[in-house]
Design a protein around this ligand. Structure first.
Ligand SMILES: [Zn+2]
Length: 250
C-alpha cells in the first residue's frame, strides 16, 4: 500500500488496540502534506466494498457466466479440430509429394536442379504446416478456465475473505489488486488485469441482470462472436465481455 501524495509505503503501527496505517516517515513522506492515519478496519471495510462491487451477485448469474464461457469454448474447440484435421491432410499431401519427387530423382525422371528446387519448396511448406499445427496444439483451455475461475473467486470472494487468516487475505487480495493507494481516508485500488475487467463490467451486469430476459437472448445467439452485452438502454447484442475477457486474460 502506498501514499497517493508522496508515494511512500504505508507502514502500520498499533495505538490503543488498533492498527493505523500512514506513509512511512522516510524521505519525502516525512513532510508529506497528505499524511493521514487510517485505521485498519477502515481499509478492510473499503476492500470488502470493492470486492462486493466486482463480484457476480447471485449463483444464477454465476451459472450464466459459466455457460457463456463454456459455450464459447465449445465453439472454439470444434473450430480448432477442423483446422487441425485440415492441416494434417495438407501435411500428409506435401510429404507424399516430397517422396514422389525423390523417387523421380532416383529414377532419373527429373534433373538434380529441379529436384533441389522442389525439395526446398516442399520442405518449406512442410515446416510451415508443422509450425501451424504446433501453434494450434499450444492453444490450451487455460483462458477459459481462468475466465471461470476469476468470476468464481470474485463471486465467493467476500465469504472467503471473512474466513481467511491474514496471509490468506493477502493472497486473495493479490488476485485482485496489484497495489492499494491511500488518499487520506480513502483507498484507491490498482486492479490486476482480471479485476480491472471485473470492475468495468460487473457493476453494470449486476445492475442489469434479469434471468428470463437473458436466457431468451442467449438462445437467440448461437454465434460465439455475437453474444449478449449491455447498453445504456438495456441488453443489446454486440460483443461478449466474458469472451473478450477470456481473450485478454491474463
Ligand atoms: Zn504521504
Amino acid at each position: 500500500m502506498k501514499c497517493e501524495h508522496c508515494g511512500g509505503l504505508v507502514t502500520w503501527e498499533k495505538q490503543k488496540g488498533h492498527w493505523y496505517g500512514h506513509c512511512n516517515n522516510h524521505g519525502d513522506s516525512k513532510k508529506c502534506p497528505g499524511k493521514t492515519y487510517i485505521r485498519q478496519e477502515k481499509v478492510e471495510e473499503q476492500l470488502v466494498g470493492i470486492l462486493d462491487k466486482i463480484a457476480p451477485k447471485t449463483p444464477e448469474m454465476m451459472d450464466w457466466i459459466k455457460d457463456v464461457i463454456l459455450d464459447d469454448h465449445k465453439v472454439k474447440v470444434t473450430e480448432r479440430e477442423k483446422q487441425m484435421s485440415y492441416l494434417n491432410q495438407m501435411l500428409a499431401q506435401v510429404r507424399r509429394r516430397k517422396d514422389k519427387v525423390y523417387e523421380d530423382k532416383v529414377d532419373d525422371q527429373i534433373t538434380p536442379q529441379f529436384y533441389k528446387r522442389k525439395f526446398e519448396e516442399y520442405s518449406q511448406e512442410e515446416k510451415n504446416l508443422e509450425d501451424a499445427l504446433l501453434k494450434l496444439n499450444d492453444q490450451t483451455d487455460e483462458y477459459q478456465q481462468l475466465g471461470v475461475a476469476i468470476h468464481e473467486l470474485a463471486h465467493n470472494g467476500l465469504v472467503i475473505y471473512q474466513k481467511a487468516d491474514p496471509d490468506e487475505k493477502r493472497l486473495l487480495m493479490s488476485q485482485f489488486f496489484t497495489n492499494l493507494i491511500q488518499d487520506g481516508h480513502k483507498i484507491k485500488p490498482e486492479y490486476t488485469l482480471a479485476a480491472e475487467y471485473l470492475a468495468n463490467w460487473m457493476p453494470k451486469l449486476n445492475e442489469n441482470y434479469e434471468p428470463p430476459k437473458m436466457a431468451s437472448l442467449k438462445e437467440k445467439t448461437p454465434e460465439s462472436s455475437d453474444v449478449v452485452s449491455f447498453g445504456s438502454g438495456g441488453w443489446i447484442r454486440t460483443s461478449d465481455p466474458v469472451i473478450t475477457f477470456c481473450l485478454k486474460f491474463p
